[in-house]
Write a protein that binds this ligand. Structure first.
Ligand SMILES: [Fe+2]
Length: 342
């Protein structure tokens, strides 16, 4: 119902802009995005309120959007490309699809690796992919690294989503980078053997499986715990209460993080408006809102974390260059296939 009324709000916005004079049409940006979070609509509404610039959203997977941008070429309607994976941003830039941002905030307040060195893309949020475990059946002292999930003691106790998911692919690129391809293949094979069921469902479904007693540990992005903890549904909040977050690899390279970020499409003729939008997403106002609303981590230094994130704990993040996520993307898919990880 909420989604339906949101749809009506968006629809009425579309009609409003149609009835406005032609010049108002120029104050629109088309955003190709992989993101799927309800809160983003609020961010776009605030941006429109403050600048008069309307954001038209086109949602699909990163690969679909990259293919579409390539096919549409100079005729694309897209002004901005947004992804939930540094690897996808790297691939979009490598395909020559992006132009550098001149956003002062991006250039001054977000440094590589959180942006491409020449600012062809910039991160807006960070996300941590962690181990989540049953409060009752697993003691945190039993956990250490992603690598250690290959141990036989986890046989029949792990759940993870499918290897077709970009979050898992990104994680595996960092394991290939750190340990080498052979070790990464051994790892993926052993973890697949340790699974309580074939990979399926979303990150939230893995947490539900732990809560239901089907498994003891899962690999999940932390913000999904935030979404469950704050859900309107009591049963979601119960699911979240059954698990704890564990930040792996604290004694070596750090916990795997990925980014959500965006770049201006090379063919866009509205770079000035697009730069305003990037400035807005990196503003203190919006950076402060992500930690408490999408439960992602801010990218602009000095932005406070939310109480919920502080309660989960501070952690050492893997500072791998996100280009690794793009360069090793195809290898990661091959390794997953060879490991029999569906
Ligand atoms: Fe997600």
């Amino acid at each position: 119902m909420k989604q339906f009324s949101l749809f009506l709000t968006i629809l009425s916005g579309v009609f409003c802009s149609i009835s406005q004079p032609a010049s108002a049409q120029d104050k629109e940006l088309t955003l190709y995005t992989q993101r799927h979070y309800a809160f983003d609509q609020e961010v776009y509404a605030r941006f429109q309120e403050q600048t008069g610039i309307k954001i038209n959203v086109v949602k699909a997977s990163a690969d679909e959007l990259i293919t579409r941008l390539e096919e549409e070429g100079a005729n694309t309607a897209a002004d901005l490309f947004m992804a939930t994976d540094g690897g996808a941003l790297y691939r979009a830039h490598s395909a020559g699809l992006l132009q550098p941002t001149t956003s002062t905030t991006a250039l001054e307040k977000v440094k590589p690796p959180l942006r491409e060195k020449d600012a062809h893309w910039v991160a807006m949020t960070k996300r941590a992919r962690v181990i989540v475990h049953s409060k009752d059946r697993v003691d945190p002292s039993e956990l250490s690294t992603y690598e250690a999930l290959a141990d036989k003691k986890w046989r029949g106790r792990i759940v993870v989503r499918s290897s077709t998911n970009s979050y898992n692919q990104a994680l595996l690129t960092t394991i290939i980078d750190a340990d080498g391809r052979d070790k990464a293949l051994e790892w993926a094979t052993a973890v697949r053997k340790n699974m309580a069921r074939p990979p399926q469902g979303s990150d939230r479904d893995q947490v539900r499986a732990i809560s239901a007693g089907l498994a003891d540990v899962a690999i999940v992005n932390t913000y999904y715990i935030g979404l469950l903890e704050t859900s309107e549904e009591q049963k979601d909040r119960d699911v979240a209460a059954a698990v704890k977050i564990f930040f792996p690899n604290q004694d070596d390279r750090g916990t795997h993080i990925n980014i959500s970020g965006l770049g201006i499409v090379k063919a866009s003729k509205k770079a000035d408006l697009a730069n305003q939008f990037i400035d807005f997403l990196l503003s203190e106002e919006i950076q402060k809102l992500y930690p408490a609303n999408t439960f992602e981590y801010p990218v602009v230094e000095g932005t406070p974390l939310s109480d919920r994130q502080l309660k989960w704990g501070e952690f050492k993040a893997d500072d791998v260059d996100f280009s690794v996520l793009g360069k090793l993307h195809a290898d990661a898919i091959k390794v997953f296939n060879e490991a029999g990880w569906e």
